[in-house]
Design a protein around this ligand. Sequence first.
Ligand SMILES: [Zn+2]
Length: 319
Amino acid sequence: MCLCYLDESGVPEIPGNSTHFVLAGIAIPIERWREADAAISEIMSRYGLAGEELHTAWLLRKYLEQSRIDGFDVMDWDQRRAQVGRLQVAEIHRVRKLGIAKRNSQLKKVYRHTNPYVHLTLEERNQLAFEIAETIAKWDWAVLIAYCIDKSYFLTKIRRDHVNESAFRNIIISFDKLLQYAEGFNFIEGDDTHSQNQIREHGLLIHDNNATVALKHTRHMRTVHADVLRWQMNTFDRIIETPLFVDSSLTRMIQLADLWAYSLRRYVENDDSSLFSLLYNKRTLLGKTQHEFRPAIVQHFAEQSCPCLICTNSFELES
Ligand SMILES: [Zn+2]
């Protein structure tokens, strides 16, 4: 059995404030979950972040206060926290006096989200993200899947469904392909070589909780299950249940999907491959099948001439 943790980056709304919408997943066999969780917790602890959420976008921002503190790099963690806190209090006081309520609440939001990480320099925070990405890349039992939509290209196509639903539909297709592929390795050794039985590989989707998509994705998955039953399909029948929606701040593996989604959007939007290049590897093309067809499970829905690594390595999926 395989768990696939999903998170998104960018907004599905058109135009919205991102050119892309990315839905990304990290699929882990259940027997590896404890190992995966422990490895990430160990890294987080070393950076003074035991029990804290890993939220990549907030982690990797430039923190203005840090650049205003002389000798920040040589201070210990407690000194750094105290100095950043002092500047933040002064800034909130200054903005409050200006009477701009919106700016004040924005500031508080930034401080709340970045608070766990303020004792680390930007270099250390980048190093942390790299270490985590490198760790994930070494897990040859974990598979990364993703569907990245260039929304400007999406608009040029006649699409019945919404950006978000389209991404989710493709994630289901990729996850099912992955489960079919994994199934190829599942055999029970019988008493003799003639009685090998294949075991069905099952999968479960676990999604970052998001009130706007929870109902849509649940309905979509129910429709898929109903179709499987009605048409006796032997695709999509490996995925069980409707997606489970969990709190990303409490679920470590969702936070890894967040890092993966973040790295993809940085790559397709800004051509920044620093994290992406660590994570995108040959496991995103499933091994050769009898038809020499290698389904790509990371896809970029973009113009045909897109020169990115994803587009140049992948094949059209039958859907
Ligand atoms: Zn591309």
